[in-house]
Design a binder for this molecule. Structure first.
Ligand SMILES: [Fe+2]
Length: 299
């Protein structure tokens, strides 16, 4: 299948690496490691050498979304298909070496970051297993479902939605069209990739100061959500949204402010889509309970 398998990694440019290091390791439960190349920090969630790369700089925003395809032939077929749909997809062997992958192509997103599509990631040996200082359960849900999901803000959905659907070839999961307060509307589109995490990318168009609204990571054990919630509150880190539950992906989660200002959704219980039996619907609520806003909107 010439399709993106899953969202395998993201790269953020961050201005305060030291704060990110303790936030990632001591609060959320990532393992912090040295990147395969270059400066910054690698955040591990499993046997992959990294799932999040933190690169030093001033932007405090997303730079890259890295999508895995499991075989070289499928990667080549994806590139052919994306190009025939009008995508400017370019191979970058130098960047492939930096990322520690076999082959890598790049494609610019209309919202100001870059997609990297690759096969052949670097896995660390059994002698260097993922370890977390703080997680009590079996760890993060990753594997074939990828690292989680991202919500980049669309400058113009008329451009973004066809880009995600036709160039990246993502499938629509569902929509949420809700009125959060009188006159304050949300219109979000959720996309999944081949392995079926409910969404690997969602987007909507609203005024925002950053490209990335949030990144989501998922624990296997819902108790880890509660334990992380307690660590956030003990460390006085600002919450963005209180605990709650989304009606579409069934995620039980809260949203915490990262040291870069965008949010990290920390959840458990998200569903996996079986395309054979999936029906695209529109929900009228962002959350069926909770997710009360704590930090005022920056728009
Ligand atoms: Fe989310």
């Amino acid at each position: 299948m010439a399709e993106l398998s899953n969202l395998a990694y993201v790269v953020f440019e961050v201005s305060d690496l030291a704060r990110w290091e303790s936030f990632a390791r001591d609060i959320i439960g990532f393992q912090v490691a040295v990147p395969l190349a270059g400066e910054g920090l690698a955040l591990r969630m499993d046997e992959y050498a990294y799932r999040i790369l933190l690169q030093p700089g001033v932007q405090d925003d997303i730079l890259v979304a890295g999508w895995e395809i499991p075989a070289e032939k499928e990667l080549e077929a994806f590139v052919t298909k994306a190009r025939s749909a009008g995508g400017m997809v370019v191979e970058d062997p130098v960047l492939a070496r930096i990322r520690g992958v076999e082959r890598l192509f790049t494609c610019s997103d209309p919202n100001g970051f870059v997609h990297e599509i690759f096969f052949g990631p670097t896995m660390l040996p059994i002698s260097k297993p993922f370890v977390s200082k703080v997680l009590s359960g079996p760890g993060f849900i990753t594997g074939s479902l990828g690292l989680g999901h991202i919500l980049p803000v669309s400058k113009d959905v008329v451009v973004s939605l066809p880009f995600y659907q036709n160039i990246l070839g993502l499938r629509i999961s569902d929509y949420i069209r809700a009125e959060l307060a009188p006159g304050m509307k949300v219109d979000a589109t959720f996309f999944h990739s081949a392995t079926g995490r409910h969404h690997s990318l969602a987007t909507g168009q609203f005024p925002a100061t950053k490209i990335l609204n949030h990144v989501m990571v998922q624990y296997a054990d819902m108790n880890d959500v509660g334990l992380a919630y307690d660590r956030v509150s003990r460390a006085n880190i600002p919450l963005v949204l209180e605990l709650g539950h989304h009606p579409n992906d069934k995620m039980f989660s809260f949203y915490v402010q990262t040291p870069s200002g965008f949010a990290m959704e920390v959840g458990s219980g998200g569903i996996v889509i079986d395309d054979e039996n999936w029906k695209v619907v529109t929900y009228s609520q962002l959350s069926d309970w909770g997710h009360k806003r704590v930090i005022p909107r920056n728009y």
